[in-house]
Write a protein that binds this ligand. Structure first.
Ligand SMILES: N[C@@H](CCC[C@H](N)C(=O)O)C(=O)O
Length: 322
């Protein structure tokens, strides 16, 4: 079976995008899981953090389903949604559309560039909930805001929220990647506290309305960036830190940068996540389902676009001194 795909990324969080509308694919749930395990593998596969399946929708211009590299499905994916937004906006020739996700139909649109020559897409991150049952997380109170989770760390405090996939966020003085890796692994092997696993982020406030975020993603591990995590981190560092509502917060990550605008309406938070949706190349993968093997055709790279993105990446690296 031949499957055309786009290799794309949002802030270096990379995906294999498969357009099921254009090619009329009907994968079973088992096949979606198998495709993710087979193709996302960094050593033996194509290599990516996940697969974005773009499907028809009765409620919106399209539907996104996102599978992590371990074959599990996530409720939401912020960086992936920007890639899907770009794909559908360009395909339909519209500036603003809606995309159905697991928990909500979300508006997505092309907006002013966040960096010179970077086509920029804004996606709404909602619903946002702090009730621990929404992650789910087993904890003593109704919410867990700036609290210790002794199973994870003796010293750190965390805030739990769903956006709507599950996150815990810790404000730190400086990000220790090795510690985050250890805490992320522990949190995702702790079903008595996080029955469905959890994304774990460390956030360093660089200055007012500028933060650095590093995330251990459920179903993947440490990634260059996680869009929902950067949104959750912007919100938490607004509530507990110096950032402002209704103001672009610059979020530096390992693969680039995004802007997040935290809003509060009628007591409910939402976040606008603005950033790139970059196409790296297009190709076709020929799958042999029985043998669980595949072959990839010649890749057509978007060289100019990739070179432009490198400028943003270099700028983001210089902001964190590396
Ligand atoms: N990288 C994504 C989130 C992907 C899903 C996550 N690993 C989960 O399981 O919740 C993003 O950009 O939001």
């Amino acid at each position: 079976m031949k499957i055309p795909y786009i290799k794309c990324h949002g802030s270096g969080n990379d995906f294999i995008l498969i357009d099921e509308i254009e090619h009329d694919f009907r994968f079973s749930e088992k096949e979606r899981e198998e495709l993710s395990l087979l193709l996302c593998d960094r050593e033996k596969g194509i290599g990516s953090d996940g697969i974005l399946f773009v499907m028809p929708s009765e409620k919106a211009e399209g539907r996104m389903r996102m599978f992590n590299s371990d074959g599990t499905e996530a409720e939401m994916c912020g960086n992936g949604l920007r890639c899907v937004a770009r794909h559908m906006i360009e395909k339909l020739g519209k500036k603003e559309i809606a995309i159905e996700t697991e928990k909500a139909v979300l508006p997505v649109l092309q907006v002013e560039e966040i960096f010179p020559e970077i086509d920029t897409f804004s996606v709404m991150i909602e619903p946002v909930r702090f009730e621990v049952e929404s992650l789910p997380m087993n904890a003593a109170g109704k919410e867990a805001v700036d609290v210790k989770i002794p199973e994870l760390s003796e010293t750190r405090t965390f805030t739990a929220l769903s956006v709507p996939n599950p996150h815990i966020v810790s404000l730190v003085d400086s990000v220790d990647q090795e510690e985050l890796l250890a805490v992320g692994k522990k949190a995702n092997n702790l079903p008595e506290v996080f029955p469905n696993g959890v994304n774990v982020s460390y956030v360093q406030v660089l200055e007012k309305n500028k933060i650095f975020v590093r995330t251990f993603e459920r179903g993947v591990g440490l990634t260059n960036a996680c869009g929902t995590a950067m949104s959750a981190s912007s919100l938490v560092s607004t509530i507990l830190g110096p950032n402002d509502l209704d103001t672009p917060i610059v979020v530096i990550n390992k693969g680039g940068l995004v802007n997040c605008v935290v809003e509060k309406n009628d007591g409910r938070f939402s976040i606008q996540l603005r950033g790139n949706g970059t196409n790296v190349y297009v190709a076709e993968v020929d799958i042999d389902w029985e043998a669980r093997t595949f072959e990839v055709s010649e890749k057509q790279f978007f060289e100019e676009e990739n070179a432009t993105y490198e400028k943003l990446e270099a700028f983001a690296a210089s902001e964190i001194g590396g």
